[in-house]
Design a protein around this ligand. Structure first.
Ligand code: AMP
Ligand code: GLY
Length: 419
């Protein structure tokens, strides 16, 4: 099978790594990719938001499967353009991707499907904003209705900060604060059959002990030793299947990756948000544990044949990933800094640890790999348990150098029983 992956972050590197190890994959292409993906896939230049361009590339490469990684191309209708060409594509239509693209749409689908989520108001005027803030009280949760690359949500005790964020948005969702640990559960679906993956936990705040600003995610681990073993079944029954059924009922079936961001509250599981694609950095740890060849799973979703796929197989290993972020991330990151130690990790820290590239590129003049984004690398490791995986990930990370970079030191520490 010839596969084309669209995107160029750590998620796409994790996808490409798994696909490159998959015996059914005969050719692997990625556009635009990054310096790490270049080692496992052939890179192409394309405007990832241009459906016609992506479809044209898929045809030229005679791709048997196109995997659209990030949300922006999905919301822009890139999967639709490829599907119209008759090429199987893993990723929802623009209309189904509104589940991620619009918080208000997601709330509407959840209400119709009876899916448990935070109570919320959609506000467009200063009066409505003040009423909603008053109604819920602190801590305030204020969400920009549209896509904001993980930066549209403000959770604060400070009513003025909450009001200022709300006023800066065109349409804003203000909602009830959900207390309790967060879980990310991914499911692969063809619009009808839903296959859950293993749950993971993401660390959203920039600094240790959940301090500092929200980010796209600073690390993740899987499995979750503290979670109820029945959690996945419950979320399938109360969240994933009803949501997929509701979108099909509306005539906009969702096929691809449905990501449920969940809060495990004292009153039960609640949806914090949906995403329409693999999450970063959770994908790095979930795929590290998946034993079923990835291409068969993604192609079954793309061709509507998930019901006949055998049950997924999983490794008993634990996986941990730690993000190395550029100076000043999640503010405007500094780019162009050389990254050292990549060869050392590849050669000396195996088995069990590897580096996935996010914002990197090869400097055309020097041939050096340099930083090119906010989240630069994702150091991933597996081990017999979380403590072993953690140890390997941080040992590998210790060999890397990137001037001004920062990372969290407490990824999976509590789950591993270390703090
Ligand atoms: P989102 O972009 O919706 O995932 O929100 C980013 C982060 O904000 C989530 O991972 C949560 O940590 C936090 N958050 C969002 N909604 C709520 C809520 N209703 N209650 C508490 N925290 C929330
Ligand atoms: N891990 C958070 C996200 O992918 O949105």
């Amino acid at each position: 099978m010839k596969v084309l992956v669209i995107g160029g972050g750590a998620r796409e590197h994790a996808l490409c790594r798994s696909l490159s190890l998959d015996p059914d994959v005969t050719a692997l292409h990625c556009a635009p990719g990054n310096a790490g993906i270049a080692e496992v896939a052939e890179l192409h230049t394309v405007d990832a938001l241009d459906g016609a361009a992506v479809a044209g590339l898929a045809r030229r490469l005679e791709a048997d499967l196109v995997v659209v990684g990030p949300e922006a191309p999905l919301v822009a209708g890139v999967a639709d353009a490829v599907r119209e060409l008759g090429v199987p594509v893993f990723g929802p239509s623009a209309r189904a991707a509104e589940l991620e693209g619009s918080k208000a749409f997601a709330k509407d689908v959840m209400a119709a499907a009876g899916v448990p989520t935070a109570r919320s108001y959609l506000c467009t005027t200063p009066e409505e904003i003040d009423e909603a803030l008053d109604a819920f009280g602190a801590p305030y949760v204020v969400k920009d209705d549209g896509l904001a690359a993980g930066k549209g949500v403000v959770v604060t005790e400070d009513v003025e900060a909450a009001r200022a964020h709300a006023l800066a948005c065109d349409r804003v969702v203000i909602e009830e604060f959900l207390d309790g640990p967060e879980v990310s559960l991914f499911a692969v679906t063809d619009g009808e059959t839903v296959v859950p993956l293993q749950p993971a936990q993401d660390f959203k705040r920039a600094h240790d002990a959940d301090q500092g600003p929200n980010t796209g995610g600073m690390g993740a681990y899987s499995p979750l030793p503290w979670a109820d073993p029945k959690l996945v079944d419950e979320v399938m029954r109360t969240v994933l299947q009803p949501t997929v059924d509701e979108l099909r009922r509306r005539g906009t079936p969702f096929s691809g990756l449905l990501y449920a961001g969940l809060a495990i509250t004292s009153r039960g599981v609640r949806v914090i948000e949906f995403n329409a694609r693999f999450g970063d950095p959770e994908t790095q740890v979930v795929l590290a544990r998946l034993r079923t060849p990835l291409s068969a799973l993604l192609r079954a979703a793309a061709t509507g044949t998930l019901a006949s796929l055998p049950p997924l197989r999983w490794s008993d290993d634990a996986a941990v990933t730690v993000v190395v972020a550029a100076h000043n991330y999640p503010g405007t990151p500094r780019t162009g800094d050389p990254i050292g130690g990549l060869t050392e990790v590849a050669e000396k820290d195996a088995p069990g640890a590897y580096v996935l590239h996010a914002g990197t590129k090869k400097d055309a003049a020097t041939g050096e790999v340099v930083s090119a984004g906010g989240r630069v690398l994702s150091v991933t490791a597996t081990g017999g348990d979380l403590a072993a995986a953690r140890e390997r990930a941080y040992r590998a990370l210790g060999r890397l150098t990137l001037d001004g970079s920062h990372h969290r030191t407490d990824i999976a520490a509590r789950a591993a029983g270390e703090s």
